[in-house]
Design a protein around this ligand. Structure first.
Ligand code: ADP
Ligand code: ZN
Ligand code: ZN
Length: 734
């Protein structure tokens, strides 16, 4: 071994949260112990004019920078690495797969508090307990201090660790006993959940899935748990989790939506006598840091969270679960555009653990992978317990009178359900009062000035709102174009249906659940409570309702408009519509009552609806996969979308055209370049969007080309105001 160099000979290679795909060289901070300079510690540095926390990745003796120009880092922020070499390795893979700068991936994977350079130790109250020497003492031996004697007596009588608050009457005595070596302290242990509910006796299908998954603990596997809504997937998760916990392993359970976490957390707390932490955007910085640290240090056993929880370091990893795996919320749509589903699989592989993807309506990607035996398929085709599946019927509304979008047969069903004392759930994926405001005289339509979009009428607040950029203006009654015509509301949104229902059923409790009614903290939970307690008679809402909530009292479910999903330009629209129908339908008849599901449509003969009704989701998926295969679309090909936006469409397009020109000679025959073309909604928030699609039958040539794009983009001159992004495996081409 050579002599270890002094700190001052070393050059630190630091990753910074900046959009450049490289590391930055710094000198060690003054008076820094070189032994502490380990990969994975944070350092505070100046970059340009700003200070930021970076992550040390390596040490070197040489730098490409002139020696005199290297700046010392300002301070070492951690005494030991925050991320292990394994974590760094995994995040490097993420950076390469998503083609996103490593520094931004790394720092972005840390809780916000750590990104901002705050201390890594989570603040926690201390608890005190006697040392071995302390336990051998008799209170009588402490003659001179009555306070110390009383404290010692107290601690001998209560041998369990005492929170600092319990000893606050003896501040001086605590210090003295600690000094004598009789008393010591440590951060208070995290509380365990009660976990006093027994597991349910599994039905044969559940048991098969449970046994299979338990047999796979300890090594990597990808498992798709396809279970109809109410089939008891959660029960399967919980029994497998119990086994992982019994082996001393940690579990990561991911949900697409923050609103789903309280329900699952409650079930987990009842079941497991372990330390359960949560991680989602509803928690503050301190809470998220504490949860992150608790998993990293192995003090917590289960983390329940939304997609970003996936990056939490685990001390004893055992199992990763991704519930509602089909949900588009698992894809991050800005910054690092990752699919939590794909990253979870990569993470599980890295950690050598099984990953379980669960859904009643698996994504076509996952079903395809299961067919090709890349994923192991586990099926729960029946509802658990006694609940029967709901009957699904089409309501042909062609030429039928509608009352705010509600047909007469539907209203009759609502009345019957109310009379039976049951709950009704109405679904429409359009919030606001009406999607169009039009002049009856001249045909003028209220448009957003900043977007290619209509303004939506919000009658309650008497405003027009753009749902794309947030622009808002007061509602007027006279047409601004012809100055005489009266303005009318065209079409139906949830607000209008609520208004209509209140007219028709004045003495019923109508609950509207959409982004407008659930803005306030706690509002959604309050509504869910009203639904659960039976206080709500009619529940009306947007896609929020389609996510895994349980509504056991609901026996009538209606989708008011399925037609808009049947004729979209987005090739994924039919998959989304089928998932939506099956998911919303799954809210009905969960208890003993078999429910009824009504779909209002003007296209009752449409093949998607017919296949779904006669053969269920699996039949739909088979047909949809055949169509995708024929068209060469994902999952039968891989895509990446390059988006650019600028103050004018010309600037955005010119930029992509230049890129396309440099790219063409590099493009292998397997990869097709499409575009640039204006984005489906080109003007958004005053900026113009253009895009270029790359598609390839195989992943490798596409990613090789993406590597080259990165280099090209770094070198290319960008016009003022231009922004670009790269989306690998995009889930919408918008
Ligand atoms: P999923 O997650 O598939 O929608 P859940 O796990 O939430 O289904 O189960 C739906 C309902 O069925 C719950 O009320 C659950 O307690 C019940 N359940 C699940 N498994 C069983 C079982 N083996 N026996 C009886 N009831 C069950
Ligand atoms: Zn007019
Ligand atoms: Zn707008």
């Amino acid at each position: 071994m050579t002599n270890s160099p002094g700190a001052q000979d070393l050059i630190l290679q630091i990753a910074l949260p900046v959009p450049l795909n490289r590391l930055f060289d710094y000198l060690p901070p003054p008076d820094c112990d070189p032994a502490l300079l380990q990969p994975g510690v944070r350092l505070l540095v100046t970059f340009g004019k700003t200070r930021m926390a970076g992550l040390l990745l390596g040490l070197s003796q040489v730098s490409d920078c002139e020696p005199g120009k290297l700046k010392p880092a300002l301070a070492l922020l951690d005494q030991s690495p925050l991320l292990s070499p394994d974590d760094l390795d995994f995040l490097h893979w993420v950076s390469r797969y998503c083609h996103y700068p490593y520094g931004q991936v790394l720092l972005g994977a840390l809780p916000v508090a750590l990104r901002q350079g705050k201390p890594a130790a989570a603040k926690r109250e201390l608890e005190y307990f006697l040392t071995e020497a302390g336990r051998e003492m008799q209170p009588e031996q402490v003659k001179r201090s009555p306070a110390q004697q009383a404290l010692l007596r107290l601690l001998l009588e209560h041998p369990s660790p005492q929170p600092a608050a319990n000893l606050s009457a003896y501040p001086a005595a605590v210090k003295s006993l600690v000094k004598k070596g009789w008393l010591t302290s440590r951060p208070q242990a995290l509380p365990r959940a009660p976990g006093d509910a027994p597991s349910l006796p599994a039905n044969p299908e559940q048991q098969q899935a449970i046994d299979d998954l338990i047999g796979k603990l300890g090594r990597f596997s990808v498992n798709l748990l396809h279970g109809v809504t109410g089939s008891g997937k959660t029960e399967v998760y919980m029994q497998v989790i119990a086994q992982a916990l019994a082996r001393g392993q940690q579990v990561l359970a991911l949900l697409p939506e923050i609103s789903l976490t309280p329900q699952l957390e409650h079930r987990f707390r009842q079941r497991f006598r372990h330390v359960i932490v949560c991680s989602h955007s509803g928690l503050n910085e301190t809470e998220r840091l504490a949860a992150w640290q608790a998993m990293r240090q192995g003090e917590a056993d289960i983390m329940l969270g939304t997609r970003s929880a996936l990056f939490t370091p685990l001390q004893r990893p055992g199992l990763i679960i991704l519930d509602e795996e089909h949900d588009v919320s698992f894809k991050q749509q800005d910054g690092l555009r990752y699919s939590a589903r794909d990253i979870a699989i990569a993470r599980a592989k890295h950690l050598a653990t099984p990953v379980v993807l669960g859904s009643a309506t698996p994504s076509l990607e996952s079903l395809h992978n299961a067919q090709r035996r890349r994923y192991h398929l586990l099926s729960l085709p029946q509802r658990a317990g006694s609940a029967a599946a709901p009957g699904v019927h089409l309501l042909d509304i062609r030429n039928k009178p509608l009352h705010a979008g509600l047909s007469e047969p539907l209203l009759a069903a609502v009345r019957a359900t109310l009379a039976a004392g049951r709950q009704t759930l109405l679904f429409l994926n359009r919030r606001g009062y009406a999607p169009v405001q039009i002049c009856h005289a001249c045909g003028w339509v209220a448009r957003c000035r900043h977007c290619d979009a209509n303004l939506i009428i919000h009658a309650g607040e008497r405003r027009l709102r753009c749902h794309h950029c947030g622009a808002a203006q007061a509602l007027t009654e006279i047409c601004p174009a012809c100055k005489t015509g009266a303005l009318q509301a065209l079409g139906v949104g949830t607000e209008r249906i609520e208004w209509q229902l209140r007219q028709m059923f004045p003495d019923k409790n109508i609950v509207r659940l959409d982004r407008d009614t659930t803005q306030q903290k706690g509002a959604l939970q309050d509504f869910l409570q009203q639904i659960a307690s039976g206080a709500a008679d009619i529940i009306l809402g947007t896609q929020m309702l389609a996510k895994g909530h349980h509504f056991p009292g609901v026996t009538l479910v209606a989708l008011l408009d399925v037609d808009s999903g049947l004729f979209s330009i987005d090739y994924r629209a039919s998959e989304r519509l089928a998932q939506l129908i099956v998911q919303v339908a799954g809210r009905a008849g969960r208890a003993e009552d078999p429910g009824q599901v009504l779909l209002q449509t003007r296209h009752p003969e449409h093949p998607l609806l017919q296949t779904l009704l006669s053969g269920g989701y699996s039949a739909f998926a088979e047909a949809a996969l055949r169509e995708r295969a024929a068209a060469g679309l994902p999952p039968f090909s891989r895509q990446a979308l390059l988006r650019a936006s600028a103050p004018t469409l010309e600037a955005a397009e010119a930029f992509l055209s230049r890129l396309a020109a440099s790219l063409k000679p590099l493009t292998p025959p397997e990869v097709n370049l499409f575009g640039p073309v204006p984005a489906p909604m080109s003007k958004r928030a005053g900026r113009y969007h253009s895009q270029m699609l790359l598609q390839s039958r195989a992943r490798r040539p596409l990613h090789a080309l993406l590597d080259q794009i990165e280099t090209l983009l770094d070198k290319m001159k960008k016009p003022k105001g231009l922004r670009w992004s790269l989306d690998v495996d995009p889930i919408d081409l918008y």
